[in-house]
Design a protein. Structure first.
Lengths: 113, 110
């Protein structure tokens, strides 16, 4: 089975801190995604990447950046965390071609104080 | 951008009942997926269904791409079906952009 592993299940950070959320997948998928999930809003796409060093903005990229230096790893960076970035962050990956089925990690719940 | 609307937002069922969840989308899409998020937060793909009908046990899904909607049917519901059901659609931009609806929260009572 495809495994998508997120580095931290729970994080607590202070306003203004730099935050790194790491995601690693082990099935050689081309596409990787970062979403945030908030009650009543579903999952909103922050950034996605369809190849190494390639990235594309999603619907809510403001306040976030990403890095994909290796195919298996996709990092989400909060340069200066703010309280409105308190959320559940979900990473997913998929094949580039054919049935583009998303596989999700377990999520990282970030609290910014 | 594309809009994805799911209905109903919340649903309470007695165990054994059947239900239909709906997903409407505002533009043509490459594909459509249904997901279940369990109470522990894990999202599991149920169906990849850009068009037509698929069945998997007590669950089935139908997508009518020309009319821009999809339906998820749950028959003989069980308490383990509780959770949130999401519809997600994919549009091709530079890569594959997958957009989610707000979800339907289902609670099945024993």
């Amino acid at each position: 089975d495809v495994k998508v592993t997120q580095s931290s299940r729970y994080l607590v950070k202070r306003t203004g801190e730099k935050v790194f959320l790491e995601c690693v997948q082990d099935m050689d998928h081309e596409n990787m995604f970062w979403y945030r999930q908030d009650p009543g809003l579903g999952l909103r796409l922050i950034y996605f990447s369809y190849d190494v060093k390639m990235k594309e903005k999603g619907d809510i990229p403001e306040g976030y950046s990403v890095s994909r230096e290796k195919k298996e790893r996709f990092s989400l960076i909060l340069e200066s965390a703010s309280t409105n970035q308190t959320s559940m962050y979900l990473c997913a990956s998929s094949q580039y071609s054919g049935a583009n089925v998303l596989t999700f990690g377990a999520g990282s719940r970030l609290t910014v104080l | 951008g594309i809009q994805v609307e799911q209905s109903p937002p919340d649903l309470i069922l007695q165990e054994g009942a059947n239900s239909t969840l709906r997903c409407n989308f505002s533009d043509s899409v490459n594909n459509l997926q249904w997901f279940h998020q369990n109470p522990w937060g894990q999202l599991i793909n149920l169906f990849y269904i850009p068009s037509g009908t698929k069945q998997n046990g007590r669950l089935s899904a139908t997508t009518v791409a020309t009319e821009r909607y999809s339906l998820l049917y749950i028959s003989s519901s069980q308490t383990t079906d509780s959770g949130v059901y999401f519809c997600a659609v994919e549009q091709r931009t530079g890569g594959f952009k997958t957009i989610f609806g707000a979800g339907t929260r289902l609670f099945v009572k024993a």
